[in-house]
Design a protein around this ligand. Structure first.
Ligand code: FES
Ligand SMILES: [Fe+2]
Length: 380
């Protein structure tokens, strides 16, 4: 057996080998990724419409770190660490919810305003030098891109608009209802695979026509020859035009339904954010893989549809199809892939790079692996 050192020559995707297998299961690699990727990058929390009333919040965990994102009386959305400044108690446990005017710590009742400032703290008047203004919840950086709310724990992270320059215009081309959507469903699934194994599966079309039957259902809606996977450094798209003559999708007739786009549209932002829309659906999906361990991830599917309107039948069918058919078919591939990576008979493989058949080429997988590798091995 050849021992693969944990370095990788990514210089030539056409002739070189894939990122070596231990990058997908070694706990030391995940520790490096935590430090150098996840604690430094931007994380999608939700849409601004998730925060359309004071007190509405979403809790976003980033490894052991936990961040509260909350709408406040001042009309703004605030992000703050989910830890009481008194003795560090975690304040909110639920993924999302709504509080009244006060966020109260269950331990000794320190009370915070919705913007994180400290409102009252029992008996602190006995402390000679206690200034309430200095003991609000520690803020976290928050930015909004095209109506999507992101946070980062990195004070030095480049602004999202710079890092993903051009992404907003691309989203608006395909998702005209983007400002007017609301969350209709969020589904969390535990997947026994490394987060990169899940991600790389989503960013290549090579397996589309060659894996399971459900993939062929999706491929049948797309003019697959026109499927294009395009890297733009820290963000990327994979987009496919519609085939003509489609009368039904996801087992439901198109007649009587509405949709934002008949294209298959996907946009990713490094490291783990994907926003997408299936052909003929009036929805924007979020697809986020969150590492829970080197070989265990939380795959979070969010579905946003136009606000205040019934979800059209095709969209409803597509959400159900993703949750019960396409998602599970890919998850099975992810888990089988994860097992195989340990084999003494593997080590590393090859990328299928084919400029003449770009729709089936794995250049975006190489690009993503390269960004991961550079973050942990080639940057300060
Ligand atoms: S830890 Fe929160 S009030 Fe004491
Ligand atoms: Fe897939």
């Amino acid at each position: 057996m050849t021992e693969h050192p944990l370095t990788w020559d990514h210089s030539n995707p056409l002739t070189g080998e894939t990122m070596p297998a231990p990058f997908f299961y070694d706990p030391a690699i995940l520790a490096e990724e935590r430090e150098r990727i996840f604690l430094r990058s931007w994380h999608l929390v939700g849409h601004v419409n998730d925060f359309d009333a004071p007190g509405k919040y979403v809790v976003q965990d980033i490894f052991e770190q936990s961040v509260i994102v909350m709408a406040a009386q001042d009309g703004r959305i605030h992000a703050m660490h989910n830890a009481c400044r008194h003795r560090g108690n975690r304040l909110l446990n639920d993924r999302r919810g709504k509080i009244g005017a006060v966020l109260r710590c269950q331990y000794h009742s320190w009370c915070y305003n919705q913007d994180g400032s400290l409102r009252a703290a029992p008996r602190t008047e006995a402390l000679p030098d206690f200034d309430r203004n200095e003991w609000g919840l520690r803020p976290v950086r928050l930015e909004i891109l095209a109506g999507w709310v992101f946070v980062t724990l990195n004070p030095d992270a480049p602004p999202l608009a710079e890092l993903a320059g051009g992404a907003e215009a691309e989203m608006r081309r395909f998702l005209p209802d983007m400002d007017d959507v609301e969350l209709v469903e969020e589904t969390d699934v535990i997947v026994h695979a490394n987060w990169k194994v899940i991600h790389e599966n989503a960013i290549e079309g090579y397996h589309f026509d060659l894996s399971g039957p459900v993939h062929k259902d999706l491929a049948a809606l797309i003019d697959f020859q026109g499927y294009r996977l395009t890297p733009h450094d820290q963000w990327w798209t994979y987009i496919g035009p519609p085939v003509s003559g489609v009368t039904e999708a996801y087992g439901v007739p198109l007649e009587g339904s509405t949709w934002q786009t008949d294209w298959f549209f996907n946009l990713g932002i490094f490291p783990n954010t994907t926003l997408y829309s299936f052909p003929y659906t009036d929805m924007i999906g979020t697809f986020i893989m969150i590492p829970l361990g080197p070989e265990k991830s939380l795959l979070r599917f969010g579905y946003y549809a136009p606000k205040g309107r019934p979800v059209p039948p095709v969209t409803k069918a597509a959400i159900n199809w993703m949750n019960t058919q396409l998602g599970p078919e890919d998850i099975e591939l992810n888990e089988m892939n994860q097992k195989g990576l340990h084999s003494m008979g593997f080590g590393s493989g090859r990328y299928l790079i084919d400029p003449d058949r770009p729709h089936e080429s794995e250049h975006l997988v190489h690009h993503f692996h390269k960004l991961c590798y550079q973050a942990i091995r080639e940057q300060d």
